[in-house]
Design a protein around this ligand. Structure first.
Ligand SMILES: *[C@@H]1O[C@H](CO)[C@@H](O)[C@H](O)[C@H]1NC(C)=O
Ligand SMILES: *[C@@H]1O[C@H](CO)[C@@H](O)[C@H](O)[C@H]1NC(C)=O
Ligand SMILES: *[C@@H]1O[C@H](CO)[C@@H](O)[C@H](O)[C@H]1NC(C)=O
Ligand SMILES: *[C@@H]1O[C@H](CO)[C@@H](O)[C@H](O)[C@H]1NC(C)=O
Ligand SMILES: *[C@@H]1O[C@H](CO)[C@@H](O)[C@H](O)[C@H]1NC(C)=O
Ligand SMILES: *[C@@H]1O[C@H](CO)[C@@H](O)[C@H](O)[C@H]1NC(C)=O
Ligand SMILES: *[C@@H]1O[C@H](CO)[C@@H](O)[C@H](O)[C@H]1NC(C)=O
Length: 360
């Protein structure tokens, strides 16, 4: 008899191939890389904000052409340099204050994992008093402030020595003081509403300003989910921990990963748990990423008199900042890279939005 063994058909070959491909593409990843901002694309993906400072700073935020012409921003030292004028006197009468830069991402995000590799942040060069007048921030916020929320990842003023991490929302969002933040971090206020916000004050010098810069900076990792917002800091000396985290994100087959365990058990500097008293999904949406350096204004200016180191230098913050340009030679951001990951269900869209922000 002639063998009934059928010939191999095209389908026999295709079906296993197909199911292999399906299996492969259905492989679960907790996070997918959505955007990378680095010295290949940063200035195409961020806009210069050149309006008057909504926080009333003694600052003249310049546009891209002025920034370029005066070397206030550009690709430099392998990263993205965002600086201020540290040459010229100014009394602010015609310009509003010292020239500086504020940049806003074109893309807005709802939830995600944001890993910023930052080599240098604005501060005095070596002495705390040389930070007097400064108010740098790396932060995110959404439209119709404060209804879509604000997340301040790195922020501080004057001689502050460690990072303050703060959220701002509309009415109805309060965070528990039993947070899971590292034990040295103090929750200053639990109600996130409005200008005051819910802040957590960290203690380690390596997280901010001169201490941060002396270690070559490091990695700020912010995870925003539907139930919590957390911020970790990894100093550059532990960079391999972040490499491991990135590797875990890329290779994990699990639908969720713990950043804390992926960082070898390192607790977040600050965690904000929504719980029963704050629906993160209702209070945070469509955030653009912002880097800026302002002077004086609603925070550094208003607290000038209560900072004994700064107030010993000059009667007003504006006078000090206007007359001492050389103090601000280290008042620059140097960003190596920002990676943005999202889970299935996170959303992002390109929106060129003139970013405003209020603070009283
Ligand atoms: C920027 O990131 C992209 C995407 O990962 C990469 O291809 C490129 O080499 C990076 N550029 C630099 C200067 O690191
Ligand atoms: C940038 O700002 C300068 C100084 O205010 C102004 O003269 C110039 O027209 C602006 N350029 C653009 C492209 O807006
Ligand atoms: C500082 O002043 C000089 C001389 O007026 C000018 O050429 C330069 O553009 C100014 N620098 C900045 C950053 O404004
Ligand atoms: C402020 O500076 C401008 C330009 O440098 C100068 O013309 C003006 O007289 C100054 N005003 C005061 C009050 O010092
Ligand atoms: C949270 O608890 C710590 C430690 O008990 C305390 O120092 C801090 O004031 C509390 N914060 C708030 C907002 O209650
Ligand atoms: C994830 O799944 C792939 C394919 O099944 C496997 O090769 C890989 O080792 C798994 N990765 C981890 C971290 O378990
Ligand atoms: C896109 O962003 C705009 C402004 O931030 C927002 O109003 C809109 O809802 C966003 N769309 C999606 C799909 O997230």
């Amino acid at each position: 008899m002639i063998s009934q063994t059928p010939k191999t058909t095209l389908n026999d070959v295709l079906i296993p191939l197909l199911s292999f491909t399906l299996l492969f593409s259905q492989q679960v990843h907790a996070y997918t890389l959505i955007d990378t901002f680095n010295s290949s694309n940063f200035f195409s993906e961020f806009d210069f904000f050149s309006q008057p400072d909504p926080t009333n700073g003694f600052v003249d935020y310049v546009n891209i052409s002025t920034a370029n012409h005066n070397k206030l921003a550009g690709y430099s030292q392998g990263g993205i340099y965002l600086g201020v004028d540290h040459h010229n006197l100014t009394n602010g009468t015609t310009t509003g204050g010292r020239k500086s830069t504020r940049l806003t991402s074109k893309t807005a995000y709802t939830t995600g994992l944001f890993i910023a590799d930052i080599a240098h942040m604005p501060s005095g060069k070596t002495r705390a008093e040389d930070s007097c007048g400064l108010w740098p921030a790396y932060w995110m916020f959404g439209p119709n402030w404060p209804n879509s929320g604000e997340i301040d990842i790195i922020e501080g003023v004057n001689t502050q020595k460690a990072n303050s991490i703060t959220l701002h929302t509309a009415n109805g969002c309060s965070m528990s003081n039993n947070t899971g933040s590292i034990s040295t971090t103090k929750m200053v206020s639990s109600d996130c509403e409005g200008n005051g916000g819910c802040g957590q004050q960290t203690q380690a010098l390596e997280t901010y300003g001169i201490g941060f810069n002396s270690g070559g900076g490091g990695y700020y990792i912010m995870e925003w989910t539907e139930s919590f917002i957390s911020v970790w800091f990894v100093p550059r000396s532990n960079a391999e921990t972040v490499t491991k985290l990135l590797n875990t994100i890329d290779t994990s087959n699990s639908s969720s990963i713990s950043i804390t365990s992926s960082l070898g058990g390192q607790q977040p500097l600050a965690t904000f748990n929504g719980g029963n008293d704050c629906s993160i999904s209702n209070h945070f949406a469509n955030h653009n990423i912002v880097f800026d350096t302002t002077f004086c204004g609603d925070w550094a200016g208003k607290t000038w008199k209560s900072d004994s180191t700064c107030s010993a230098l000059a009667d007003t913050c504006e006078e000090w900042v206007g007359q001492n340009p050389e103090k601000f030679v280290s008042a620059y951001w140097l960003i190596n890279e920002i990676k943005v990951y999202q889970k299935k269900g996170g959303s992002n869209n390109k929106t060129k939005r003139e970013a405003v922000r209020f603070r009283g």
